[in-house]
Design a protein around this ligand. Structure first.
Ligand SMILES: Cc1cc2nc3c(=O)[nH]c(=O)nc-3n(C[C@H](O)[C@H](O)[C@H](O)COP(=O)(O)OP(=O)(O)OC[C@H]3O[C@@H](n4cnc5c(N)ncnc54)[C@H](O)[C@@H]3O)c2cc1C
Length: 318
């Protein structure tokens, strides 16, 4: 038996995809979320800059609440990695394929996020340090938590310099460490570091241990202990599915969208970190809401969404 065509398939179940799922399900649309389960939000031991949670909330707890909310209104959520996305030129129908199945939809939202590049360190040590706030990835999110602490920034280019200077507004004790070789910076970057009083250390460097609530980094210049390190090594954007259907990418390798989250391919939308913008939960949620409303309105423009009259005695939503 062929499955009915969904109104919308959402690839990615992070804050962007799940917010869109909540909106779309509440628009009475037939939707499905396919999520590989690697949301960056799941890495957050406790986020303290998401509005409405004055004492913070664990990333996994926030995601679970969002999944529960989407499912409450009828969204189906499947844990799988979508490996292929096709678009039928004639009908515009999109078909996504994953290990154990596939689904076709009139619209697809790509909310596939990015992956941070990790610093040179053992994986188990990385995960333990991350859970204890000894490794951090997002000074916009949690710079407040390193106020007046000793911070190492692992990075070697202008991106590393910018991150170190940003963190300097939270603490006077910032060290920039090159991950793989001696630091080689242009005069402008060198001056920025000098003006901000940021110490520089040559690599290769490796975070090697947790000791006395500190993370120890081995460098060619010796051992350094920090309250937290921030890798500033960039990230990889998950644009493979967008590329499969020919969606345009920006110069920063993100999916290009218009102000309503439409990509260059009809029926394909994108939201969250995979789109250029502030890589933050609030932003991902906002884009998820915009995308969902655009999808609803675009579907409605093609085929009016007119609800059948309620059956006598049937329960309505409350
Ligand atoms: C350590 C850390 C701390 C952070 N702290 C904060 C904070 O305090 N406050 C804040 O606002 N932000 C914080 N962020 C950033 C925040 O986590 C992200 O901005 C947010 O998760 C982006 O949401 P998203 O939905 O775009 O992507 P994600 O949450 O990354 O979700 C993308 C999802 O898509 C799935 N996916 C990708 N490709 C496929 C595929 N082919 N098939 C199926 N599924 C796929 C992934 O597995 C993943 O589950 C932090 C990030 C990190 C790493």
């Amino acid at each position: 038996m062929t499955e009915p065509i969904l109104d919308c398939l959402i690839v990615g179940g992070g804050p962007a995809g799940l917010t869109a799922a909540i909106y779309l399900a509440r628009f009475h649309l037939d939707i499905m979320v396919v999520d590989a389960g690697k949301s960056r939000a799941a890495w957050i031991p406790c986020t303290r800059n998401v509005s409405g949670f004055p004492d913070g909330i664990e990333g996994t707890e926030l995601l679970q609440r969002m999944r529960d909310q989407a499912q409450k209104y009828g969204a189906k959520i499947v844990t799988e990695q979508v490996t292929k996305l096709d678009r039928d030129e004639k009908s515009g129908t999109l078909t996504a394929t994953w290990g154990s199945g596939e689904a076709s939809a009139r619209a697809v939202l790509l909310a596939t996020g990015v992956s941070n590049r990790r610093p040179p360190m053992d994986e188990a040590l990385h995960d333990q340090a991350l859970s204890r706030g000894l490794v951090r990835y997002c000074p916009i999110c949690d710079g407040y938590e390193v106020t007046d602490k000793r911070v190492g920034v692992i990075g070697s280019d202008s991106h590393g310099v910018a991150e170190a200077v940003f963190i300097r507004s939270f603490t006077a004790d910032v060290t920039l460490i090159a991950p793989d070789r001696a630091l080689s910076l242009g005069p402008v970057d060198q001056q920025k570091l000098k003006d901000a009083g940021i110490e520089c250390v040559d690599g290769p460097a490796q975070a090697v241990a947790i000791s006395d609530e500190c993370i120890v980094v081995d460098t060619v210049e010796g051992h350094y202990a920090f309250d937290s390190i921030y890798p500033a090594l960039g990230s990889d954007t998950h644009t493979q599915l967008a590329e499969m259907v020919g969606a345009a990418l920006s110069n920063d390798s993100c999916i290009k969208v218009d102000s309503h989250q439409r990509t260059s391919v009809p029926g394909v939308y994108a939201a969250g970190d995979v789109v250029i913008g502030l890589d933050q939960i609030s932003h991902a949620m906002g884009e998820g809401g915009v995308a969902a409303t655009t999808i609803r309105n675009d579907l409605c423009a093609k085929q009016p969404l007119l609800r059948e009259p309620a059956l006598e005695g049937a329960e309505t939503g409350s």
